[in-house]
Write a protein that binds this ligand. Structure first.
Ligand code: SDX
Length: 431
């Protein structure tokens, strides 16, 4: 628990209350208001949690002003450039970079959990072919609690670990199956001779009729996308997983809740919405029309892929993603992709426009990811499932951290009630 060496004074009327100030490793101090209601009989008010720390954590830290992100202290650009996704998964789950032996053991464990129960294939057949893959993923991941009863007891650390491994291992299989089902192609089983990212690409694009060779460049780009989306402090979907977990719900139900929350276009659904926006803009000469719409208070349109609750500078993930977009599109021979040109021009125009500068609206992780994914052959409907696949390790790491916190309580916010005062029921003939 953080140290409490300072105290804030809160005066309400004649009374003054001491609020302990908790000091973090890095970042803003935190006012501890846990006893406020008991002492002063008042609530705090913070819809959207813009100024509220819901927990303490040692996993990820974001400096929004500087545009910095680190996992267990390691900067994201170093992890994206020098590490790989399963090693980052180990780091997020266990708090340190693995030794060679630890990494080999972890990768073997994950590889050996990539298949799903054969009977779960039947779930996919219950969906319409044109169901959004996120709908399928929410359903199938939630249904995992009906199959893996030996890893749903959250009081058992070993079961928690098995559930963590199963979810990290099986999400690519489930996402790929959702894709295959949506295009009417047969499911492709995972292969233990392929690494995590290559396996996902193979399950998505291979067909039984012929050999499919995974381009190592694409596999590297895929792995980097997974790493860039792995965890991000207490974002909306992670907070959803923590709140679901606080009631004692099983890990599969909690992750299904996280997937559902991520789907929204203000959150993980922004990568799909961003690419659809770039396609709607179409050409560079139409950018000013959309910039004007984004600034118009009477127009609900927002520039998808821009802005962030925490980053008031460039999202460091977007910087890495932009470099990756240049590399991947050049390797694919589509460096003149008109969408990439529109994206780069839009970024330049927005970053020099006073509206975006004053509101500190910069490109976020979702701005360039869709361009890469589309160039790799994924339909826009698969963009958010890939985000969900990547973020599963973050959700699970935060879930594990919360369950091991002796102070954990069920999350139960209060409210500012503005409804009717008490009144008597009236019979219908008197209304
Ligand atoms: C993710 O939290 C995380 O960490 C999330 C994430 C993760 O890894 O988990 O980083 C992933 O969700 C990234 C964000 C993806 N979403 C989008 O790209 C959708 C477009 N962005 C916006 O919807 C918005 O910027 C949010 C939702 C991301 C943040 O919204 P906030 O923090 O609640 O800010 P706000 O809506 O109060 O906006 C502040 C001002 C407003 O203007 P005023 O009312 O002050 O005049 O900025 C404006 C907004 O209208 N604004 C935008 C804008 N985003 C904010 N105007 C135009 N275009 C935009 N994109």
């Amino acid at each position: 628990m953080a140290e409490n060496t300072k105290t804030a004074k809160l005066t309400i009327g004649e009374n003054t209350y001491d609020l302990p100030i908790l000091s973090p490793t890095v970042g803003p101090d935190v006012l501890d208001i846990r006893k406020l209601y008991g002492q002063a009989g008042v609530f705090t008010y913070d819809p959207g949690f813009t100024s509220t720390a819901a927990c303490d954590s040692t996993i990820t830290y974001i400096d929004g002003e500087k545009g910095e992100l680190m996992h267990r202290g390691y900067p994201i650009d170093q992890l994206a450039g020098q590490s790989h996704y399963l090693e980052v998964c180990f780091l997020l789950l266990y708090g340190h970079l693995p030794t060679a032996a630890e990494l080999e053991d972890f990768e073997t464990t994950i590889t050996r959990h990539t298949m799903i129960h054969e009977q779960m294939h039947m779930f996919f057949r219950g969906f319409r072919r044109d169901a959004h893959p996120m709908a399928t993923m929410v359903g199938v991941v939630g249904a995992m609690s009906a199959f893996y009863h030996d890893s749903t007891d959250i009081s058992d650390p070993r079961q928690r670990e098995i559930a963590s491994h199963r979810l990290i291992a099986k999400m690519p299989t489930i996402a790929a199956m959702a894709y295959k089902y949506s295009i009417g192609q047969p499911f492709v089983y995972p292969r233990n001779d392929l690494d995590y990212a290559a396996n996902f690409i193979h399950m998505c694009f291979a067909v039984p009729a012929e050999q499919y060779h995974v381009d190592p460049i694409l596999a590297r780009a895929m792995d980097r996308i997974f790493t860039l989306h792995a965890d991000h402090e207490q974002n909306a979907s992670t907070s959803t997983v923590r709140l679901a977990s606080s009631s004692g719900a099983n890990p599969f139900a909690c992750i299904a809740a996280g997937i559902a929350c991520l789907w929204g276009p203000a959150h993980g659904g922004a990568n799909q919405a961003c690419l659809e926006m770039l396609k709607e803009i179409g050409t560079v000469d139409r950018i000013p029309e959309y910039i004007a719409r984004a600034k118009d208070k009477n127009d609900p349109f927002r520039l998808m892929g821009f802005g962030h609750r925490v980053y008031k500078n460039m999202d460091p993930r977007a910087t890495v993603m932009k470099q990756s977009a240049d590399e991947v599109l050049e390797l694919l021979g589509v460096e003149n992709n008109p969408l990439l040109q529109v994206a780069k021009e839009l970024e330049q125009i927005a970053l020099s426009d006073p509206y975006f500068v004053e509101k500190k609206l910069f490109p976020n992780v979702d701005f360039y990811s869709g361009i890469i994914l589309e160039a790799m052959g994924f339909p826009t409907s698969m963009f958010t499932p890939i985000f969900a696949l990547s973020r599963t390790v973050g959700w699970i790491s935060q879930w594990k951290e919360q369950l091991s916190d002796p102070q954990m309580k069920i999350g139960r916010p209060r409210q500012l009630y503005l409804g009717e005062n008490a009144r008597d029921y009236t019979d219908i003939e008197n209304r």
